[in-house]
Write a new protein. Structure first.
Length: 178
């Protein structure tokens, strides 16, 4: 894709990343999460939380953005795998969102490839992620990238409704996603 760059997120990117994340939730989770919950999501609140997290960051969590022709169009975040707040040796993809108008145009794939490559280069053997059990498009995306469900499930609640998540795993090679 012409004019696309994957780079580390800066503090100046927080508002745009919040917009992409909130619009991503509202688009990807429509019909999976109560509409009232999705409607109540606030770009301003998310941006403030993102700025705070960014300022407190110690480098263990990596935020990447995809920029197309100078405009941030996607975001991914990875860091140490959390197993009930216990850190393991694995790495976890915490989030990946693409502006809803650009889904299916390779932005997410580029972000995932860069994230996995960085994790492999840092010596991690495996990447894990959680995805809503009923989010078929996201599950297909990860499966095409070589991730497989590992049998773990976790309860998640949004707006008083249970929306279970399943965990996916993928072995990392020296180059990340092949």
């Amino acid at each position: 894709m012409s004019g696309q760059l994957i780079r580390e997120m800066t503090l100046d990117d927080c508002a745009r990343v919040a917009e992409i994340r909130v619009r991503g939730w509202q688009s990807a989770y429509k019909g999976l999460i109560p509409q009232s919950y999705l409607d109540a999501l606030s770009v301003g609140q998310d941006a403030a939380r993102r700025r705070g997290n960014f300022a407190r960051g110690d480098g263990t969590i990596v935020n990447l953005v995809a920029e197309r022709d100078g405009v941030v169009v996607g975001w991914a975040c990875h860091g140490p795998h959390r197993d009930s707040e216990v850190r393991t040796g694995d790495v976890e993809l915490y989030a990946i969102y693409v502006h809803p108008d650009l889904v299916g145009q390779g932005v997410g794939r580029a972000l995932l490839r860069e994230s996995a490559s960085r994790c492999a280069a840092a010596g991690h053997d495996r990447m894990l992620l959680w995805v809503l059990k009923e989010n078929t498009p996201a599950r297909r995306f990860y499966e095409r990238a070589g991730f497989v469900p590992d049998g773990a499930e976790e309860p998640f609640e949004a707006g008083g409704v249970a929306v279970p998540e399943v965990r996916y795993a993928r072995a990392l090679t020296g180059t990340g996603l092949d």
